[in-house]
Design a protein. Structure first.
Length: 231
């Protein structure tokens, strides 16, 4: 995807809610498609729009080491350098929504330190099946948006190995391709295939505008001060 196209899509979707995008998908005939299973919830209330960057991990097949103590430290460093690597992180662009299939494994692939590392490179948010996230108090404090099925305690070693990047993956019943538009808020997550992103945005804005107009009339009738959701 060209930089110009990325910027166009991010601009088009920046003010749209998940509900608006769901409407836009229905308007182009994609009824029911694109909505990630509702069990994927945010760590905190926020809204993010980004371009999908995908990666896939699979369960580690073993054998698991019997080392402990300092020898385990050496083995763990080897594991991170050779088995559970993060090559997709080298490719991050500003505006990426990182979507990682961790095969439903209960493991904290992402944590308080590496989410900051990738934020500096331009990553906006994460969508992870299974667990995939730990150190959540710090992640919330740092304001890094994450949607996942649950929270995990364990580190990567002995649990996951990197498989591939920049490939189609499936999370929450939705196929996610690199370059798709991902919109997430407290209503959940929706993925818009890049080939129909412009058409979906057109009708999503139509429904968003109608909602603002009608809600503004109700605000005025109630004597409420107008806020940025109706202006």
């Amino acid at each position: 995807m060209s930089e110009a196209t990325r910027e166009e899509l991010l601009e088009l979707y920046k003010d749209l809610r998940v509900a608006d995008v769901r409407d836009g998908m229905d308007w182009v005939g994609m009824h029911g498609y694109g909505t990630v299973d509702k069990k994927f919830r945010p760590l905190f209330r926020t809204r993010v729009v980004g371009i999908a960057r995908t990666a896939r991990y699979v369960p580690f097949e073993g054998p698991m080491t019997r080392k402990t103590g300092d020898e385990y430290t050496v083995w763990s460093n080897w594991y991170y350098g050779n088995v559970c690597t993060y090559p997709w992180g080298d490719d991050i662009e500003e505006g990426d929504f990182i979507c990682i299939d961790v095969a439903g494994v209960d493991v904290g692939l992402m944590g308080s330190e590496n989410v900051l590392k990738y934020k500096k490179m331009g990553a906006r948010a994460y969508l992870l099946n299974g667990g995939g996230i730990r150190d959540t108090d710090e992640v919330i404090l740092q304001g890094i948006p994450v949607w996942s099925e649950f929270v995990s305690q364990g580190m990567d070693q002995g649990r996951l190995r990197f498989c591939e990047k920049d490939t189609p993956i499936a999370i929450g019943g939705v196929a996610i391709y690199p370059g798709d538009v991902v919109v997430a808020d407290n209503d959940g997550v929706i993925v818009v295939p890049k080939k129909m992103a412009l058409d979906v945005a057109k009708y999503a804005h139509q429904e968003n505008a109608n909602d603002r107009v009608n809600r503004r009339k109700n605000y005025e009738a109630l004597g409420w001060e107008l806020d940025n959701t109706v202006k």
